[in-house]
Design a binder for this molecule. Structure first.
Ligand code: ADP
Ligand code: MG
Length: 320
């Protein structure tokens, strides 16, 4: 105790960690055997496996310099919880590696508060991390529980599966587009970009219903392609069934469609499921209050066909 105190007094870094990151989130009782404060945290994994993932957000690349600190905390944690949930797992803990250009107390206050709000709401605990000086970057490593039999892999899509998405496509991408063009974005698009709200409860509930899943972060068609390649199958999509964010309506239809399905930051779930699961998925959609929109189906072959025309990267960009 005394030793810890002395370290806090003599090192700004330790003071900062104790002040802002000492108790973030909800203690994960079963899995976390030792949280922050030692050289490493300790988690228990038997008898089931643990899934782990890491995603880093760098200022100027993954968020704009004018992004408020609460949004950076929210997004950094959510995108990682989204990856865990897309595996069918339930997140329980995370590590935070924070690179800061300077100690800015109001910024840290807002950042750590938002981190705590998100962590508490989703029952995850901050169990350790690292704090360094440099250009602003936030890296989070998240972990979750899943049973081996229930893990949702990309490689298990089957021919005739329906393909679903769980929300608007291209909403956050519209904010990025609007900023690049110097036109006005909607408040809704900015909010989607800054405060993504992935369907975290859904992933674990899809176990036994869905065959394959991916969280859509790099653009719907790019991410769906990961499922197709891993499963050695193709996909037929109906463009009119894809829930393109209404913000794009002002643009010519083809350009709007292409930008929406290739833009990033959707943080919806894309999954495939057999037609026999439709009834149960409808109920799940109601209980989780998440739309589940069928956009096409898995077929033999490879690649994506949209309205009977093969989709190629060239097609995606030919209008620009
Ligand atoms: P070490 O020198 O052993 O790497 P550190 O000085 O980096 O230890 O960190 C001391 C303790 O504080 C460790 O338990 C570490 O996990 C925790 N920690 C450091 N930075 C953070 C952070 N940004 N968030 C949460 N825990 C942190
Ligand atoms: Mg360290």
């Amino acid at each position: 105790m005394d030793h810890d105190k002395k370290r806090c007094e003599t090192h700004g870094e330790f003071d900062l960690i104790t002040r802002y990151f000492h108790q973030i989130g909800k203690p994960a009782i079963g899995e976390v055997l030792l949280g922050m404060g030692d050289d490493a945290a300790m988690v228990s994994c038997a008898p089931n496996p643990i899934v782990m993932t890491v995603d880093t957000l760098v200022e100027g690349i993954h968020f704009y310099p004018d992004c408020p600190p609460d949004s950076i905390a929210h997004k950094a944690l959510m995108v990682n919880l989204s990856d865990v949930a897309a595996m069918g797992a339930t997140p329980f803990a995370f590590l935070l590696s924070l690179t800061l250009p300077r100690i800015d107390h109001p910024w840290l206050e807002a950042f750590s508060q938002a981190l705590n709000t998100v962590a508490t709401a989703h029952h995850v605990q901050l169990i350790g991390g690292d704090t360094t000086r440099g250009p602003l970057a936030v890296s989070i490593t998240a972990m979750g529980n899943v049973t081996q039999a229930h893990v949702l892999k990309r490689s298990r899509a089957r021919v005739d599966d329906d393909i679903y998405v769980t929300g608007d496509i291209g909403l956050a991408a519209f904010y990025v587009y609007a900023r690049a063009q110097g036109i006005e974005s909607s408040a809704r698009a900015m909010h989607a970009y800054r405060y993504p709200n992935p369907p975290l409860m859904l992933g674990p509930k899809l176990c036994g219903l869905a065959h394959a899943a991916i969280d859509v972060s790099d653009g719907l068609l790019a991410d769906l392609t990961h499922i197709l390649n891993a499963s050695n199958v193709g996909a037929r999509l109906v463009s009119a069934d894809i829930p393109i964010a209404k913000e794009w309506q002002a643009l010519p239809h083809d350009e709007a469609f292409q930008r929406a399905v290739t833009g990033g930051d959707d943080y919806v779930l894309c999954f495939t499921a057999p037609k026999s699961a439709r009834g149960l998925l409808d109920i799940l959609s109601m209980t989780t209050e998440r739309p589940m929109i069928r956009i096409g189906e898995i077929c033999d072959g490879e690649g994506i066909v949209v309205d009977d025309v093969p989709w190629t990267a060239a097609r995606g960009f030919e209008h620009f």
